[in-house]
Design a protein around this ligand. Structure first.
Ligand SMILES: CSCCC(=O)C(=O)COP(=O)(O)O
Ligand SMILES: [Mg+2]
Length: 227
């Protein structure tokens, strides 16, 4: 059956790992403590602080302890939903202030534009929050790419290495998994997507091999019509 929708990962796939690790994460580490202190009572922030207390099994943690937990999770790159939500809020301030511009590889920009023009429905699935996803594409070095996308999924759809998350996304998109192509640089994510019935393609931008899946070095090598 022909592919109708393309679902893409961000870090290492559309965008450089170094942008996430050397720009976004340090920005969050620098600004998250004061952001949390200043906005701890804001309802959307307070919900996430409550989730940190729950996830860490520290129900009595005060704001300073919650910040400590968040910075620990950030340092270990834990894909914890409350951390990701708060990072998105902090980055929003950075993008608004012109201190951040989203990195998207030129080959990804070109292919996404081409696929959109050809009628493929484009979706994003990243551990970064939906707010963070909209920012990286909406405030990218290549301009506002958000009109290209039909929807966004984050860890609230489930962990990226579990097949049930891809089944959930397929149902939410309203498209059989067999008509969705998933792009990622992580083999466990590709395996989970395939287990759910999706077609897969691995991005190996720095070389190496994503075993058991078609591999490409960049988006220009992907032709959804022949996969
Ligand atoms: C949305 S940009 C920030 C990416 C991020 O926080 C992250 O953890 C990367 O996860 P991905 O699933 O895109 O590899
Ligand atoms: Mg990735």
């Amino acid at each position: 059956m022909p592919i109708k929708a393309i679902l893409t990962d961000i870090e290492g796939t559309t965008s450089a790992v170094s942008f996430v690790f050397d720009v976004l994460f340090p920005y969050a580490a620098r600004h998250l403590p004061d952001f949390v202190r200043q906005h701890a009572e804001r309802p959307d922030v307070a919900v996430q602080l409550g989730a940190v207390r729950l996830d860490s099994a520290e129900p009595a943690a005060d704001v300073e302890r919650v910040i400590e937990i968040l910075l620990g999770w950030l340092a270990e790159d834990r894909k914890a939903t409350p951390l990701k939500a708060l990072q998105g809020m902090v980055w929003q301030q950075g993008y608004a202030a012109g201190q951040l511009k989203g990195h998207v590889y030129p080959d990804a920009v070109q292919a996404l534009q081409h696929w959109h023009a050809q009628g493929y429905a484009l979706y994003v699935y990243s551990s970064g929050s939906i707010q963070a996803q909209k920012l990286i594409f909406g405030c990218s070095e290549a301009g506002d790419l958000s009109p290209l996308f039909s929807g966004y999924f984050d860890t609230t759809a489930g962990p990226k290495r579990e097949a049930r998350s891809y089944r959930h996304i397929s149902a939410a998109i309203g498209c059989p998994a067999s008509q969705i192509l998933f792009l990622s640089d992580v083999v466990e994510e590709l395996d989970a997507a395939r287990q759910a019935g999706m077609l897969t393609c691995g991005l190996v931008r720095g070389g190496g091999e994503l075993s058991g899946h078609p591999n490409v070095g960049n988006f220009a090598e992907i032709d959804p019509a022949i996969l």
